[in-house]
Design a protein around this ligand. Structure first.
Ligand SMILES: Nc1ncnc2c1ncn2[C@@H]1O[C@H](COP(=O)(O)OP(=O)(O)OP(=O)(O)O)[C@@H](O)[C@H]1O
Ligand SMILES: [Mg+2]
Length: 347
């Protein structure tokens, strides 16, 4: 018998596309997302509001809105989740693949106590009796550091603060020790101390359970300490992807570079912090070329006419690099870096 390699992917996403039918015609919310995720690894998906992060995760879980349609492949245990029968998908969801939703209040049932919601999951998926399920639920609430879990488990979701609700969501998603966790902005709207605690908690649980995590955030700062690889999205497309080292040390897409310059640094002067001018596009009115072209200082006529193809970066790839870096841009790496040097000279 052969044992699977520890780095063999538990999840493979190939050319994932999401389309919505709307009164104004089709909206192409996700276009060609691909990645491999191994046990115990974390992939970060970053990008501004509306870039397609949540729809990527929802499509993987088979949870798109009714007018949404996904294509491509989401491979788990040799099966494509996108074409799996609803019953089979239901069995996997929650138990093998779990999701922390962006808004806990839409995911938690306001009419049921936290105890009821947590124990039902365990009774359904794990066949535990009520008593054993309660014990397990309490242990998980303890693990996410809910103070006085025994006293609070019988409360309703609205009786928890925002930060505590995020923790309850996290505890619920981890109840069945899923192999894969999709965490959509699990720390947004939390103050920085709580954010750091939740991220530390995720890392701890990942270490103990070997969970593979997809972490969605609009904050590139958050991915730095947590992720192995990063996927940068804009206007429903992947602009750049690669190892966390690639993104932070060798990123060569104008959008990624813009995001990096917008991260506040402890050692930086206030003047070095630059926001990307302009706002993200409306998905129903995307420009015909590169979606980032209208905000990109390097864009020319080609950029506003032709969508750049996501291509492997051969030149800057280190030999021992675990993830092949990709970039979708008509400008060369040298052109992007040269432009920045000129800008810095003028600034
Ligand atoms: N039900 C829908 N019908 C039509 N278009 C939709 C629908 N849901 C989402 N979209 C489109 O998909 C795009 C991507 O949405 P998504 O929720 O993935 O954004 P996001 O990157 O998660 O943003 P945020 O950071 O604000 O959560 C949106 O800009 C929107 O145009
Ligand atoms: Mg979202």
């Amino acid at each position: 018998m052969t044992t699977p390699s520890p780095k063999a992917p538990v999840l493979q996403v190939k050319d994932l596309q999401v389309q919505f039918a709307t009164n104004d015609g089709p909206v192409y919310a996700v276009n060609g997302v691909s990645f491999d995720l191994a046990r115990g690894q974390t992939l970060g998906i970053v990008g501004e509001s509306g870039s397609g992060k949540s729809q990527t995760a929802l499509a993987m879980m088979g949870l798109l809105a009714r007018q949404g349609q996904a294509s491509g492949q989401v491979l788990y245990q040799g099966q494509n989740l996108l074409t799996l029968a609803p019953d089979a998908l239901n069995t996997l969801r929650g138990a093998h693949i779990a999701m922390v939703f962006q808004d806990p209040m839409t995911a938690l049932n306001p009419y049921l106590t936290v105890e009821r919601q947590m124990t039902e999951v365990l009774q359904w998926h794990k066949g535990l009796d009520r008593r054993a399920a309660r014990q397990r639920a309490l242990a998980m609430l303890d693990a996410v550091k809910i103070p006085d879990a025994a006293g609070r488990i019988s409360r309703y979701p609205h009786e928890f603060s925002g930060g505590m609700r995020q923790r309850v969501m996290l505890a619920m998603s981890l109840l069945c020790e899923p192999e894969i966790l999709l965490a959509d902005e699990p720390t947004t709207a939390l103050d920085v101390t709580v954010q750091a605690q939740i991220l530390a908690l995720l890392r701890e649980l990942q270490r103990d359970l070997g969970t593979a995590i997809v972490l969605i955030t609009h904050d590139l700062g958050v991915v730095a300490g947590v992720c192995d690889q990063v996927l940068v999205m804009y206007g429903g497309r992947v602009m750049e992807q690669g190892s966390v080292e690639h993104i932070f040390a060798r990123a060569a897409h104008p959008y990624t570079r813009g995001l990096l310059q917008a991260i506040p640094r402890m050692d930086g002067e206030a003047s070095s912090l630059r926001a990307i001018p302009g706002t993200p596009p409306l998905m129903a009115q995307l420009p015909s070329g590169c979606p980032f072209a209208p905000r990109c200082a390097l864009a020319d006529a080609q950029c506003s006419q032709e969508v750049p193809v996501l291509q492997a970066i051969a030149a800057s790839q280190a030999a021992d690099e675990p993830f092949v870096a990709h970039r979708a841009c008509h400008r060369t790496e040298a052109q992007v870096l040269h432009h920045e040097v000129l800008e810095a000279g003028h600034g």
